[in-house]
Write a protein of this length. Sequence first.
Length: 492
Amino acid sequence: MTLRKFRLSTEAVFCVSLFFVFTCWAFASPNGSVPDDGFHMASIFCSAKNGEPCEVPKFVSEEPCFGWGPGGGNGGPHPDVTPACVDPESLSTTVMTYRYNQGSYQGGYYASMNRFAGGSLQSAVIRIRFINASIFVALLGLFLWTARKATTNVTRPFVGAMLALLVPIALYFIPSINPTSWAFAGSSLIWVPLIVLSDRGLPVLKRSIAGVSAVLLLMLSIASKPEAVMYSLLAVVASFFLVAKLQRVRFQIAILITSLVGATTWYISRKSGGFSVIRYGFGEPEARNYFDPYYTIHNLPKVIQLYVGQFASILGDTDFTAPTTSWLLSAVALSIMIAIGAKNLSIRKVALVTCYAISMVSVPLIILNLSQRQVGAFITARYVWALLFGFVFLMLWNPKSNQNPLPRVPVGLACAAAHFAAVGALFAVLRRYTVGEGSTSWNLDADKLWWWDSAVSPLMLLGLAFIAQSVFFGSAYRILTRPEQDQHALTI
């Protein structure tokens, strides 16, 4: 019997494997593991309330016993305490609380997720994590399809930026209930449809889909977190300067598209309060200075530090960090991608990257000055991830990349480094919640103190993630290094 061969695009393998990677990370940590999990879950339950008392499971009304805070952590970190300390009744017993979103975030994300918050607390959390991962992957797959055969290969810089920055913050937050998931999606995926939309060499159908998708991503940013709107608009402006002079792209059309998208976002955000961060930062509405000497001097070196190291070690503001090896390997992957991009510099690209780099520092500083806070209070590594993503994207952008695939050896090293960084980070997360961070046990199955009621054990999950990540980074390698005419890379 002869098996019929069929050809599967590398982009499809890339997206499907990423979904399985996200799924493994979604099951790697318990309820309450992501920063402010209880607050965000209560906000989902209480999205229809307007400052009134709201009935929520007791577990989400306070900080978990294994986390950071007065509810169970006695005001400090407890990285050796596992979720085994949780009282099962707190998951089903309800209490009245005021601890939910009352204007500090836009309500769009919470109202949308409220539709999926039925049933038990455990199942609701997993369901929302699964949905957020699905949203990201579905939009990613759609954009990679629209970008095929574009005038300039926009897929390579995007996949390169993902390769450099996925580990571990994006892997941790995208499949979570935190609105950061939508903020990451809106402010990173936006680069592809904006460029595809301006490409007159593509079919009208693809450009129309890209246009609708760009608006959808902007809505995700508006519905999630205030700073995501600013980052998305910064991508809109940068994309205009990327495409304004490309072959088969008219300067007037680029201006029209950028103006319409920017004006629409500005109008909707003003109506929803999305631009309050520009006027007041994260503080109360009152007059403040955009430039405060005290906070600028104290925050400038710390903001830079977020980019040069902490992006790959601090998982939000949780009580543990990724292993040093994961940090180093992630830094290797990032450095390689930036070095590859630095080989293709032009005057326009240098000017654009320089202006963007200045924005990477000035935007967080302005927010902190308005908020009158220092780094760590409102701005942590996850708040600036989208800005760093845009920087790597711009560095890898090359209008002539259709004829110049990226070099195989450096890309292979970057893929290998990111792969093992992801494995190390996932093991650290599993160990933190199954046996405690201070444990030296490697047999998480035998020594676990907590785990889901599931047939898949912690080490089995790690093995599945290793396989999925191998396929994912392998397909990323193929996308970055294949000749342009080889659109179908895998024959089965």
